[in-house]
Design a protein around this ligand. Structure first.
Ligand code: 3SK
Length: 519
């Protein structure tokens, strides 16, 4: 991902642009960019430093950083010496870290000073952890562990990559574990590159001139692909902004010349609602595509973004286990926003009956099954593995329709299907229709228990500024759904809320809303 570009004479090209480095005199490239040659030196030095403190081929190295260049350096350095990078979500608390570090048998942890506190709390119970490296970025943390800058300073600039095999592990990502014990999804060197060589190559058609930017956290498979693997695979640039708000993203498009903006539907919606004059306030002329995942993109968001900015958002579905997107339109397709798209070149998809596991005819809703260069593989969880992979087909747990035009249309998560009076109602279908209304900022639809119908459709709605909850609005929502979808899909209950519960990666936690209904 790095050495090849330097060897091919592109050592001077910008690899990472980072807003936090704008004032740092230590950066060799113009305004806050790290060149490929510079990145290579950092990776080599840190790889040597990790070896010096006992990291061996196959060791698991926890990398705990916000979206900063040090996170990329640490992951690539670990992989270059044959170890396995294990990026960790920054909001994880000591108890969650303990489960992950002990499950993975991680021996080393590299942590940003701001995120050290939870590591310190967990330390007495981290059974396999041998060494910690703390990067001092001004949080004033006192510790007696290794210092990131000192290690870099004293290390050699040259490092030959360890001779890993293509099927050796490179990356481990824990699923967020909101519904139970976190599980380690494991990925080989071949699979990491495959995400770039399938989805990115064919759907985005990247070039060295591209600048990938956005705010998905690097420990989220979506962020790791968008902001590490894709740009570096193609000799392009990655733009990092720590904890970027939608306004920061717009600023980064202007400052870093982002060409592919990668984020989640909520952020695209926030850009549209909170920055209605963004096209005049910021120079967004570099932008050629948007990339959306994490949640299905509402067709209304696709349409409004296209109208406002002239930019197409490519929606896609991926999972931590599959490592990146396996269904999407291509950038050059005639995009139909009511569908996620086609299987990404290199992947096959079919829709099966969840009970018989037989393939269903086109047009019928069922469980999605996927096969391709990446697949579900859990660290030490044979039980989960057997549930999730059937005859070599991975089952991500989504309900889809394979349409006669070849496109795959998302219906719901398998657990989000609402069954009301015998009707199957995909919650997200109702959400998309409600999202079309001006008063609706965000919406989540779930099945609430009901004595008569088993479940009823219930919508949790966050209103746009300037709108107040009222019975008239409830009626408007219900009428709009009845007029747009089969009338039995209308929300019999509507609750207005200030915000929706979300995971750190931006996914709506419908499970929390369902739990609320049980209490
Ligand atoms: O949530 C998704 O859609 C996703 C997309 C790409 C990579 C990883 C994930 C979880």
């Amino acid at each position: 991902l790095v050495d090849r570009h330097v060897e091919d004479g592109h050592g001077g090209d910008p690899a990472i642009r980072f807003t936090g480095y704008d004032d740092n005199p230590d950066i060799s490239f113009e305004k806050g960019a790290i060149s490929y040659a510079d990145l290579q030196t950092r990776v080599n030095r840190f790889g040597n430093a990790l070896s010096d403190i006992g990291v061996e081929p196959g060791s698991r190295v926890v990398v705990r950083f916000p979206n900063r260049p040090e996170a990329i350096v640490a992951c690539l350095a670990a992989q270059k010496i044959g170890a396995v990078a294990l990026p960790s979500m920054k909001l994880l608390r000591a108890a969650e870290l303990k489960k992950i570090v002990n499950d993975a048998g991680a021996t080393h942890c590299v942590v940003y000073d701001d995120l050290f506190e939870e590591v310190e709390k967990a330390l007495p119970e981290l059974e396999t952890l041998e060494e910690v490296v703390v990067a001092d970025r001004g949080a004033g943390v006192e510790h007696d562990h290794h210092d990131y800058d000192d290690l870099l300073e004293g290390a050699d600039d040259e490092l030959d990559a360890y001779e890993t095999e293509r099927d050796d592990l490179a990356l481990m990502l824990y699923t967020s574990g909101t519904t139970g014990e976190p599980k380690g999804a494991i990925h080989t060197h071949r699979q990491v590159l495959a995400t770039a060589d399938t989805y990115a190559r064919y759907c985005l058609e990247p070039s060295r001139e591209d600048v990938f930017g956005g705010n998905p956290p690097l420990p989220f498979a979506y962020g790791y692909g968008d902001l590490v693997t894709f740009p570096l695979r193609f000799g392009a640039t990655t733009s990092l902004v720590e904890d970027a708000t939608p306004a920061d993203l717009l600023q980064a498009v202007e400052d870093h010349g982002i060409t592919v903006l990668c984020t989640v539907p909520t952020a695209f919606n926030q850009i549209l609602s909170a920055h209605p004059n963004a096209a005049e306030e910021y120079d967004l002329s570099s932008l050629r595509a948007g990339m959306s995942a994490g949640e299905p993109l509402a067709p209304s968001t696709f349409d409004e973004f296209k109208e406002e900015f002239g930019v197409t958002i490519l929606d896609g579905i991926g999972t931590t286990e599959m490592l990146h997107i396996f269904i999407s339109h291509r950038y050059t397709d005639d995009i139909d926003p009511s569908a996620t798209g086609f299987p990404v070149p290199g992947y096959e998809c079919k829709v099966i009956d969840p009970d018989t596991e037989e393939e269903l005819p086109r047009g019928e809703a069922g469980l999605l099954a996927v096969r391709g260069p990446t697949g579900i593989s859990y660290w030490g969880r044979q039980d989960k593995q057997e549930e999730a992979v059937v005859d070599g087909w991975s089952l991500p747990g989504d309900i889809y329709v394979h349409r006669t035009d070849g496109r795959l249309e998302y219906k719901s998560r398998h657990d989000d299907l609402i069954i009301s009076s015998g009707y199957n109602i995909p919650g997200p279908e109702v959400e998309n229709v409600l999202q079309e209304l001006e008063a609706v900022s965000e919406v989540a639809v779930i099945g609430a228990p009901d004595e008569e119908r088993g479940q009823i459709v219930k919508a949790y709605v966050v209103l746009e500024a300037g709108h107040e909850p009222s019975d008239d609005l409830v009626e408007q929502f219900q009428t709009h759904v009845k007029n747009t979808l089969a009338p039995y899909k209308y929300p019999r209950a509507v609750e207005f809320v200030e915000n929706l519960p979300r995971t750190e990666t931006g996914k709506i936690q419908r499970i929390k809303l369902r739990e609320r209904e049980q209490n």
